[in-house]
Design a binder for this molecule. Structure first.
Ligand code: TRH
Length: 380
């Protein structure tokens, strides 16, 4: 059974820890691996996984040994596979210990997710390191020439069962303090600050169909508060504006956030991990991409849209692209939301088709395990 070390520095937000925590659990549960997850900020993990003790140097959760990444690195024997997530820098002493190991470990740099075509050409490329160590770039992605997406083996079956079970959905929502509302459309909202929110909420409030908007605590609350014209917004509270009912939720456990995505008819998500999870929910979605220097995120956004919309009619593709561009530009949400409503059935069908297509490929944890096996057999 191979041992893996995964290193994660929490830059900001929750994507880095969200992805590595998910990967660590899946390697244990499905690949029979022994995993140590090194995290520099345990408080961030605690938000996703409340049983985390933020003060513990080491703790076992879901079969993963979660270790605090200390400023003073202790003497630690490196594992068989070492993953540095998102180009975080391994402690120099640890890298030296890797080089000194009788059988050197496989060293992988797990990169950020992108649908851009160049990713396939870089996936799996070696990057020579001092001391004879072998490091490789490992790219998640949507295309066949990448490492795929994180997806637990039973994820789609669990999602389908939940979505087919109206009682389970209702009980879950009731547990969040969200009562059923006849004929309402459910939307979840997780986003960065966005000046375009008000325009969207205006059309939802004025719409002929009731909408329930479920907002876990996060960076969008300032814009929501301004639109509502209220003081501090507290989880558990709700507001009615026209045909729009807004419910503020606490930040959920990562497993419960999946259920929220499955329960909703439309999900506004952000970053990397929630973006992928919303795709597995197989419902129409809206992506607020993480802003990058020199506006590089726009190329990423367009690359994804080109793939995601390829099988839609021009009218439906243009409605989705228009909405996503408006949201990321922070303007034009009113008109583009109304355009999306016109093509909703096609977009909903596409969301299901896309999830099934992506799920027909090997998942990221399986691809990593296979990469390691191949590397071992080449080294033998
Ligand atoms: O938090 P993010 O904005 O993370 C971002 C991105 O990953 C980005 O690519 C990266 O460069 C930047 O961080 C540093 O969005 P993301 O990736 O969706 O991560 C959020 C995590 O939080 C995800 O695992 C889902 C989880 N989550 C919960 O567990 N409960 C919740 O209530 C919500 C809203 C999210």
């Amino acid at each position: 059974m191979a041992c893996w070390d995964i290193f994660c520095t929490v830059v900001d937000n929750y994507g880095d820890i969200g992805v590595t925590w998910r990967l660590a659990r899946q390697l244990v549960a499905e690949q029979g691996a022994t995993v140590r997850l090194w995290v520099d900020d345990l408080a961030a993990l605690q938000r996703l996984c409340p049983q985390t003790d933020p003060a513990a140097a080491q703790q076992l959760i879901a079969g993963v040994t979660v270790c605090h990444w200390p400023a003073d690195w202790p003497a630690v024997e490196p594992a068989d596979v070492v993953i540095e997530a998102f180009a975080c820098h391994l402690p120099a002493v640890f890298a030296a210990a890797m080089a000194a190991r009788p059988r050197q470990p496989l060293w992988l740099n797990l990169e950020y997710l992108s649908a851009e075509a160049w990713v396939g050409g870089c996936h799996g490329l070696p990057s020579p390191q001092p001391g004879g160590l072998q490091k490789f770039f490992f790219f998640p992605g949507f295309r066949a020439d990448t490492g795929g997406l994180l997806r637990e083996g039973d994820l789609l079956a669990r999602r389908q069962a939940f979505q087919a079970d109206a009682q389970a959905r209702q009980a879950f929502l009731a547990g969040l303090g969200v009562p059923p509302l006849a004929g309402a459309r459910l939307i979840s909202l997780f986003a960065y600050e966005n000046p375009g929110l008000g325009e969207w909420l205006d059309v939802l409030a004025a719409g002929s169909r009731p909408t329930q908007l479920l907002v876990p605590q996060g960076r969008i609350l300032g814009d929501l508060q301004r639109w509502l014209g209220e003081g501090e917004l507290l989880p558990g509270h709700g507001w009615q504006r026209g045909n729009l009912r807004i419910h503020l939720l606490p930040f959920l456990r990562q497993e419960d956030y999946d259920l929220l995505l499955w329960a909703c008819d439309f999900n506004a998500v952000r970053g990397e991990d929630s973006f992928v999870r919303a795709q597995w929910a197989a419902r129409p979605l809206l992506w607020h991409i993480y802003e990058q220097d020199e506006q590089a995120h726009w190329d990423k956004l367009e690359a994804f849209l080109a793939l995601y919309l390829a099988e839609l009619s021009p009218a439906a593709a243009s409605a989705v692209a228009g909405l996503w561009r408006a949201w990321n530009a922070g303007q034009g949400m009113g008109e583009s939301w109304l355009a999306l409503e016109q093509v909703w059935p096609q977009v909903a069908e596409q969301a299901e088709r896309w999830a099934a297509q992506q799920a027909s490929r090997p998942d990221l944890a399986a691809a990593l395990a296979e990469f390691y096996r191949n590397w071992l057999s080449c080294a033998a």
